[in-house]
Design a protein around this ligand. Sequence first.
Ligand code: ADP
Ligand code: MG
Length: 490
Amino acid sequence: MSESSPPRTAPSRTRPVGTPAGGVLLRSLTGLLARWLPSRRWYAGKGRPPGGLTLLSATELLPCGTTGPQPGLLHLLVRVGPPGPRIAPAPGAVPGDADGEGDGDCYQLLLGVRPSLPPHLADAFVGTPADGPLRGRAVYEALEDPRLLTLLLERLRAPGALGALRFEQAPGAGIPSGLPGRLLSAEQSNSSVVYGNSHILKLFRRVSPGINPDLELSLALTEEGGTRVPPPTAWFEADLPGTSEPVTLGILQPFLDGSRDGWHLALSSLQHRTDFELCARDLGVATAEVHTALARALPTGVLRRPQLEQAAAEMSQRLDAAAAAVPALRPHRAELRRTFDAVAEHGRRGGRLAAQRIHGDLHLGQVLLHENRWSLIDFEGEPARPLAERRSPQPTIRDVAGMLRSFDYAAAQHRDPGPRAQRWARLCRDAYCRGYAEGGGRDPLEHPELLRAWETDKAVYEVLYEARHRPAWLHVPMAAIRRLAEEAAA
Ligand SMILES: Nc1ncnc2c1ncn2[C@@H]1O[C@H](COP(=O)(O)OP(=O)(O)O)[C@@H](O)[C@H]1O
Ligand SMILES: [Mg+2]
């Protein structure tokens, strides 16, 4: 079979974990994976070797033990122990872990296996096991191999179980066969493969039991008849021993060909001095429509005095933790606390705040403009937060605040982040809030003190993130912190 021809769906099997075969397989791969994982963008313990590996499931999507030229495809779920000491800290970074890696993160790996690697796959090389069932074979990142990508799509075309894995499809999915796949090279916390410009497969890397909100919310919005989210075409999950809920592993969705994300459009508007207010307004409308549909489709709640007081206390705690790590925050602590007090005060005055499922990590990079219409993507929430928290009802104002912060980031990223860029951000922020109210959402400016609190909470998170990972960007959220503190003082 030639490199470009679509592979046949070959017999596959699962190597039961806990059997001698599973143990031997893992032992033979442990050293290679421990060296390879820290270099992956999606590995949370960046730059640090994993503490230990446990195999949770191993499934041969394509046989790996044959002697012919046919590549094998091995699907692994591995639990990675707490990482060891950092190998190379970012220059000027403060110590700590913003990515929430901890005891036993679970990762999804897709490994190709060949007798030897052709030159075009040299960069994908993981290693050659010295013993075990794959002894002497080249093991590599399967997603770099176009031939294996096409095979993976074939697997998604065939619903059903395979070992611990279960493949599902939406009714009438109609996934074409033999589409060529290419791995997106974007800086991502997951891995995405585009198939023939008609579909995109997102493979979650760090996974945990329970439906991933990206799948849960996309399915719920599709059932509601929403058109602001690419509807899931197919997806796959794993049922792991000892867990009551399946682990979501990947989602295939229509690819919005020719779309551009909000971040690049915003930067282009700043650079070419073109209008973005109309876009920002439409984005507000789209956000409100998605919120309305989510409130209809999934459980909602109400935050009253105790919950609002607790929310304010948690914001203050996050501020204290961030200020302990980032001295620049300390002079502003008193004003920022006052901002958070406004949330508790709202509750004390008998005010309420509706809670519902939200996007959870809304920013300009999570919205795509396709044929003049905004779609929202990536409903995973903030991957660093626990799944149970991400799946709980929250105030919609959190999403609004996230998008407002994003306009600020875009303005600061512009090569001239002076008054003109700041005015651009202000106009976009106002237009977005206006659109949100026009689209049926509750006017975010009705309670500016609440909006300020959630924006401040987000900016505090950004300060800690930038201080740890991108110290050169720290000035962006710090400028917002100063502005928000001044507003609170006034
Ligand atoms: N349905 C889609 N159509 C077109 N491009 C998409 C689609 N879904 C995702 N993308 C592209 O892939 C990128 C990453 O997708 P996303 O779901 O945000 O993954 P991650 O969780 O890794 O951030 C997006 O920024 C966008 O450029
Ligand atoms: Mg994303």
